[in-house]
Design a protein. Structure first.
Length: 252
């Protein structure tokens, strides 16, 4: 169903409802008020739907700028911002396009988030739902996305940046998706093996102390006390008297 046919059906439905309200005897002012409210609600829903589809293609453009130029040094917060936009796009519809999954996986791979990269890339390569041919019962959101996509493909001059981004991402999906998935899985296995190894501190036990040093107590050497001094014998009395006598003679 084309967009014009869908719009015509909605207008016919509104006119039928207004005619039924008139038959029921509801005043014309109430019918006009009701029609005005329905019109503005309808326009708001249309703008929201177009904005959601535009967000998907804006995500393609931003992601292609990061993935295309691998030599350019992108800041981590720039990549994380585009990844967050892609995660939000992923929840806009119940059946997102497989290209969104691949683009998110490639961005996670570029950022070094190998667990998320492996999950998204495996969905595209190994899950049957990751192929466009399996989408036989699309949601209205996916149907609108495909309508815009086909219009851009038919008239690429209307949105050259969008068309270039889609072609680059599809080319990378065919050429590099399998290699990126395998690399992410190898990195995850290496990280798991590294975590399983014991740390160097735990692997080297502490050096044992010598057994003799633990059993034999250490004593300080005993010092032998010095013997007391021997008292000298007093001089003879005759020698003392002689010394006194000689002293008196010298004095006289």
């Amino acid at each position: 169903m084309s967009k014009g046919q869908e719009t015509a059906q909605r207008l016919i439905a509104i006119l039928v409802i207004m005619a039924m309200l008139g038959v029921m005897g509801i005043p014309l002012t109430v019918i006009l008020f009701f029609a005005t409210v329905v019109y503005f609600v309808w326009r708001a829903v249309q703008r929201s739907e177009r904005r959601d589809v535009k967000n998907i293609f804006d995500f393609y453009i931003a992601a292609d700028a990061i993935l295309r130029d691998e030599e350019k040094r992108w800041y981590g917060f720039e990549i994380n911002h585009v990844v967050s936009e892609g995660e939000r796009v992923l929840h806009l519809m119940p059946d997102p396009p497989p290209l969104v999954y691949f683009t998110l996986g490639a961005l996670h791979h570029r950022a070094g988030n190998h667990e998320s990269a492996a999950a998204h890339l495996a969905y595209v390569l190994e899950d049957e739902r990751g192929d466009e041919h399996s989408r036989t019962n699309p949601s209205p959101d996916l149907r609108r996305y495909v309508e815009v996509l086909r219009r851009v493909e038919r008239e690429p001059a209307e949105a050259p940046m969008t068309m270039a981004a889609i072609r680059n991402l599809e080319r990378a999906r065919r050429a590099r998706a399998a290699a990126m998935l395998e690399e992410s899985r190898v990195r995850l296995r290496e990280a798991a093996a590294k975590e399983a190894l014991p740390s160097p501190a735990a692997a080297v036990p502490p050096a044992p102390r010598p057994a003799e040093a633990e059993r034999t107590p250490t004593f300080a050497p005993r010092r032998t006390p010095a013997p007391p001094p021997t008292p000298s014998a007093p001089p003879p009395i005759a020698e003392v008297l002689r010394d006194l006598y000689e002293e008196e003679k010298k004095t006289a």
